[in-house]
Design a protein around this ligand. Structure first.
Ligand code: ADP
Ligand code: MG
Length: 249
């Protein structure tokens, strides 16, 4: 089943075409990496898919239905989450409270409006929250205030917050940016583990090719807003167009 599809998806900023008629499909269960030189349009494409940006033209469908016109939180309710976003963490709340809010917000759209109406389903939410915290390795820290987590655990919480929404698809834009080699390694292991455990479909932007080759079923290469190659890591690595884009400047 096709989970995500873009058709002729385009974003212009003034005279600059950052994303240029991109046709892309992601199947359920696939782990896909989006790569390309700096300024290729990777973040713009992610922001179009998650509805943080309005396309100039073209379409995005999720589970067979167009999501253009939806708000970002509606897209989350449809089953698409973006991690790692520091902005999604409430620093003064505990790990568990953060994950609980994320679970409730995804289920009911607006946490503030609906919380009390759905309080009878709280045991289910609590079970989900505990499962998520176990899979990201934070169960033992569930009472810890988010603010006092170390760097690696903060990133785990950011992933947990995304997973608490029970996404069918997870989007990640350079999750290892700014991490030490050890933190990078444990984040990569974490992503691999949740992919296997939860059969998660993901779209990952990552510049470290070692990680990309390690983690991806398929790679999509973007250059100057256009898809110039797609295939298995091996196919993409051996594609002259890709070598030219990276080396030719
Ligand atoms: P990448 O993530 O692949 O490095 P981006 O998607 O961030 O690339 O940017 C693609 C191009 O669009 C770049 O030339 C960038 O300067 C431009 N761009 C991105 N966001 C904006 C914006 N909000 N306004 C104007 N130009 C932008
Ligand atoms: Mg970027």
């Amino acid at each position: 089943m096709t989970l995500l599809q873009t058709e002729q998806l385009t974003k212009q900023f003034g005279g600059l075409t950052a994303v240029d008629e991109v046709d892309m499909e992601i199947e359920q269960g696939e782990g896909v990496s989006l790569i390309g030189p700096n300024g290729a349009g990777k973040s713009t494409l992610i922001n179009l898919v998650t509805r943080r940006l309005e396309p100039s033209y073209g379409d995005v469908s999720f589970k067979g239905e167009s999501i253009v016109g939806m708000d970002p939180h509606e897209v989350v309710q449809q089953g698409m989450s973006k991690s790692f976003q520091t902005a999604s963490v409430f620093p003064e709340l505990s790990v568990k409270e953060n994950a609980t809010i994320a679970a409730l917000a995804a289920e009911h759209g607006s946490f503030r409006v609906n919380f009390f109406r759905h309080r009878n389903s709280y045991p289910a939410v609590e079970e989900l929250t505990n499962d998520v915290l176990r899979s990201v390795g934070l169960y033992g820290e569930r009472e810890t205030q988010a603010d006092s987590l170390d760097y690696g655990n903060k990133r785990r919480l950011e992933l947990g917050i995304a997973l608490a929404a029970e996404p069918d698809m997870l989007l990640m834009d350079e999750p290892t940016a700014g991490m030490s080699p050890d933190e990078t390694q444990s984040t990569v292991e974490l992503i691999k583990r949740v992919k296997d455990e939860l059969d998660l479909t993901f779209l990952l932007v990552e510049h470290d090719m070692e990680i990309v080759f390690d983690i991806s079923d398929r790679i999509v290469v973007l250059n100057r807003g256009s898809v110039i190659s797609t295939g298995t890591p091996e196919e993409v690595q051996n594609d002259p167009a890709v070598q030219e884009a990276y080396l030719g400047g």
